[in-house]
Design a binder for this molecule. Structure first.
Ligand code: MN3
Length: 258
């Protein structure tokens, strides 16, 4: 019986889940070893692996309206569902043409992006940046505060948290055209504020200032124009209310650990 199910699965006629054994690890393993015994099973098992390298758009870690009133639900829907999805699609299309890069960590691709087709810079950067961005935010007033170690590093580098925010907002506001503002740990292990054009980021070998991102804010008009219109400075100032300081503190801790 098991062998028969395994053979069917290996022939691609049924999926493992369709065997009805998904809740039973022991019988699942039995079906698996039966499938492994047949030569056809290898091809069947390789089939899903062939597309494993494809990126997918993860759902937001909160509701579309969770960041209101700082960022409105319509902006979040468009930004996540349309803009971010387009970067995911673009990255997958670029990878389609480069089997040698399929399955490689995105950070590794970004670190060598100067030698790759520009689609990796634009769409690979776009996907990484937006994942990072969504995970940097939480509902207004729930972001806590920087850890002790992170707070004292901020004080050391900028004088105060307020001064860091000011430098960050200036970097964002001073970015001509579309881009990102960043707080990074640079190669010397110090906190530094920088900005990048388009979908570049400090992980890329093309970045003027390289380092490990701790926080990043999207200063493309699509990030704020529905709600803030041309008042990008208001958006930059309000954004701090949705920053998740516990996430940023964890990123800081692991960046200085390396
Ligand atoms: Mn964006």
């Amino acid at each position: 019986m098991r062998a028969a199910l395994g053979a069917l699965a290996s022939a691609g006629l049924i999926t493992t889940a369709a065997c009805g054994d998904s809740g039973n690890a022991a019988s699942g393993a039995a079906a698996g070893s039966a499938a492994a015994a047949s030569g056809a099973a290898t091809a069947a098992r390789d089939e899903p692996a062939e597309t494993d390298w494809r990126y997918t758009l993860a759902p937001l870690p909160y509701a579309y309206d969770a960041l209101e009133p700082v960022i409105d639900a319509e902006t979040m829907q468009l930004h996540h569902g349309r803009h971010h999805q387009a970067y995911v699609n673009g990255l997958n299309a670029a990878l389609e043409a480069r089997p040698d890069l399929q399955g490689m960590a995105l950070e590794e691709i970004l670190a060598r992006v100067s030698g790759l087709p520009v689609a990796f810079r634009n769409h690979g950067g776009g996907h990484w940046n937006h994942d990072f961005f969504w995970n940097s935010m939480t509902a207004p007033g729930t972001g806590g505060e920087p850890s002790e170690a992170f707070a004292s590093a901020i004080d050391e580098a900028f004088g105060s948290l307020e001064a860091m925010k000011e430098a960050f907002n200036q970097a964002g506001g001073g970015q001509f055209g579309s881009g990102w503002a960043w707080l990074i740990v640079n190669d010397a292990g110090d906190l530094e504020v920088t900005a990048t054009p388009n979908q570049d980021n400090p992980l890329m070998d093309v970045a003027e200032v390289q380092g490990t991102p701790i926080l990043g804010n999207d200063v493309w008009e699509h990030a704020y124009y529905v709600q803030y219109r041309n008042r990008g400075g208001d958006y930059l100032a309000a954004w701090w209310d949705v920053v998740d300081w516990s996430v940023a503190s964890e990123r800081y801790a692991s960046a200085v650990e390396d």
